[in-house]
Structure formats: structure tokens, C-alpha cells
Design a binder for this molecule. Structure first.
Ligand SMILES: [Zn+2]
Length: 335
């Protein structure tokens, strides 16, 4: 497993595969922030190696190379230095994290390509696999409707309780319409049943091999109908659930864990008292909780593609999620 699949940099020597470039650009940006050196900043990560990205790469290589060559190889020093300087020591521990899940090789000339998921007949609903490119995919088939790094949506956003004390948001919120289908970001094994999360929504977790994702604020009924149970194996891009609804807002609350700790992800056992200041506020999650932002920013270059069948299922999920929301508030009103 490697952080990037192919070489990034000098266009005459590198493939500049878009997901690789987006990852490198995000790493350079993080290094620029952390090291307070704007010369490492490639500008907005757009997946294209232009003049600014080249300047950022060579400027960063200048830190440790006698003669910067503007080429970042999958196993080379620059990508390792980037992961370190970007401050994500965890990436190192994860062996530069699970970016690549090997895709089947393209069929040889003259042979028939395997049928696309929507062309396969008789496929069970839970086996619906979205078409995605190489690498991990984004968990929803669209750009979130609001910036995932601002507002109250970002990882570590302070949350005030009714006593004016703080805890921190342990996830990134991907705002999207109720009923939006959710896809496994990588191959993995389902670890928990779909359980109640907040209001009428649910949550469950998947072990993706070198990291875990906890998918929260999902529509319980429609997601359960997909039949995933603890122990079920899932493939990257597999339909695993649908977005639920809180009161009027809907989102995927996406938590990530390195998998280095054991036990449940969020229980009373992890609860620490909320604090007066944001600085030392707790996440109230298992200790191997990690920031999903850099991963999501990379995976967003790889959106799952919806089939007609999934679109229809999403419509039905939306209706049942709204019904569950209304029933939830009706119960509260009656109490
Ligand atoms: Zn959230």
C-alpha cells in the first residue's frame, strides 16, 4: 500500500494521476501551514500539476535535497518527508495509509470487459457497487453542499453544552440531502450493527484494514434493509446505507480511527468531563480517533457513480427517513 500510486511532478517524467496529485497538493498545503512557509503552498488542490504546484514541490525538496528534481515517487523520500512535515505522523504508522486498493487490471485488447454493476442482473441490493476510479472513494456520490472545513462541521469544532462547557466534534460533517446513498470508502469488514445515534438517525462502523470509519447520522430503516451485519465483508464503492435527517439538516457525520486501540468507539467509558476552555476539551471517543479531513480531501477526487437502481432506492430511503424523523418528534411532543 502506498500513499500515491504513480509519480507526481515534472510532467515529462510523471503520470500525474489526479488522485495522487490532489493528495500531494494537500500534503504540501499542510506542510506550508505547519512550517509557516508559503513557498510550499501549491494553491487550491485541483489535481493538476501547474506552475504553482511545481514551484511548491521543488521548494519543499530544497529542504533536504541537494538538487531538487521535481519528481515525487511512490516510495521516494519526498513523499515520506511530506507526510512527516505535514505533521501526520499517523500516516507513517499506517504505512502511508491505505490509499490504493488494487483495481482489476484492464482487460487485454480483444477481450470483453466485465459487465458494469448496473448491467449485472439479479444482484442483491447490498451488493450494489458504484463505479469508482483507483484509490479509496468518497463516501457520498457528490461534493458536500457546504465546506467541510468551516462552520461547525470540521474535525475539532468546539461544541458547547447547556452548561456552557465544551467538547470537540470528533468527525467531519458532509452536508448532503436526506436519502443520499453512502458507499464504503474502501474494502473492509462491518464491525457493528446499525445502532441508534442521535434523534432518529443511526450509526455503524467498518474496519477498512488500516483504518476504521464510523458512518453516522444515517437513515436506520433503509440502511438496515441492505442487510449488513457484523462480519459482513464489503467492497470499495459498495452501497452501505443512506443519509438520515436530524430536524431539518442532513449529513454524513464521518468519524475515523487508526485502529490502534480496541473496544467500542464511543461509549461512557471514553467520556471525560466537558471543559471551560476549548483548548483542553475532550472528543469523548476512543483514543485512536484521527482527523478524517486530509483523507476526505483526497478521496473527493474519486466520487462514486450512481446507478438508476440506487437513485430509486435513495428516493425511498428519503421518504422513510422523514417519516422516522416525524415520528421521533411526535413522540417528544407527546411526552
Ligand atoms: Zn457531526
Amino acid at each position: 500500500m502506498q500513499a500515491i500510486q504513480f509519480k507526481v511532478g515534472k510532467p515529462t517524467e510523471c503520470s500525474n494521476f489526479k488522485p495522487d496529485v490532489v493528495l500531494v497538493q494537500n500534503l504540501l498545503k499542510a506542510a506550508a501551514d505547519r512550517l509557516r512557509d508559503p513557498s510550499y503552498d501549491p494553491g487550491e488542490p485541483d489535481g493538476v500539476v501547474g506552475r504553482n504546484t511545481m514551484r511548491a514541490i521543488t521548494s519543499f525538496q530544497d529542504r533536504f535535497m541537494h538538487r531538487p528534481d521535481g519528481v515525487i515517487s511512490p516510495n521516494g523520500r519526498t513523499i515520506r518527508e511530506l507526510a512527516d512535515f505535514a505533521g501526520w505522523a499517523i500516516w507513517r504508522k499506517l504505512n502511508l495509509f491505505a490509499f490504493g486498493h488494487d483495481e482489476p487490471a484492464p482487460p487485454a485488447r480483444g477481450t470483453k470487459a466485465p459487465p458494469r454493476p448496473e448491467e449485472r442482473r439479479g444482484m442483491s441490493k447490498a451488493l450494489e457497487i458504484a463505479r469508482t476510479a483507483q484509490g479509496c472513494c468518497f463516501p457520498i456520490p457528490m461534493q458536500p453542499m457546504r465546506d467541510m472545513t468551516t462552520g461547525a462541521r470540521y474535525f475539532g469544532a468546539p461544541r458547547k453544552d447547556k452548561n456552557g462547557l465544551y467538547r470537540l466534534h470528533g468527525a467531519v460533517d458532509l452536508i448532503c440531502p436526506v436519502g443520499t446513498p453512502i458507499f464504503a470508502v474502501a474494502d473492509g469488514v462491518v464491525k457493528t450493527k446499525i445502532r441508534h445515534f442521535y434523534r432518529s438517525t443511526g450509526e455503524f462502523a467498518i474496519d477498512h484494514g488500516t483504518f476504521w470509519v464510523r458512518y453516522c447520522e444515517i437513515a436506520m430503516k433503509a440502511s438496515r434493509e441492505l442487510g449488513l451485519e457484523p462480519g459482513t465483508k464489503v467492497k470499495k464503492g459498495q452501497l452501505i446505507g443512506f443519509i438520515g435527517i436530524m430536524r431539518s439538516s442532513s449529513m454524513l457525520h464521518c468519524e475515523m480511527y487508526s485502529g490502534e486501540a480496541t473496544g467500542t468507539l464511543a461509549t461512557r467509558a471514553h467520556k471525560k468531563p466537558h471543559t471551560r476552555t476549548v483548548k483542553d476539551a475532550p472528543f469523548n471517543r476512543r483514543r485512536d480517533l484521527i482527523d478524517p479531513t486530509p483523507f476526505l480531501k483526497t478521496w473527493i477526487g474519486n466520487l462514486p457513480v450512481l446507478t438508476q437502481e440506487v437513485k430509486e432506492m435513495a428516493e425511498a430511503a428519503k421518504k422513510s427517513a422523514i417519516k422516522a424523523r416525524d415520528a421521533h418528534f411526535a413522540r417528544l411532543d407527546a411526552a
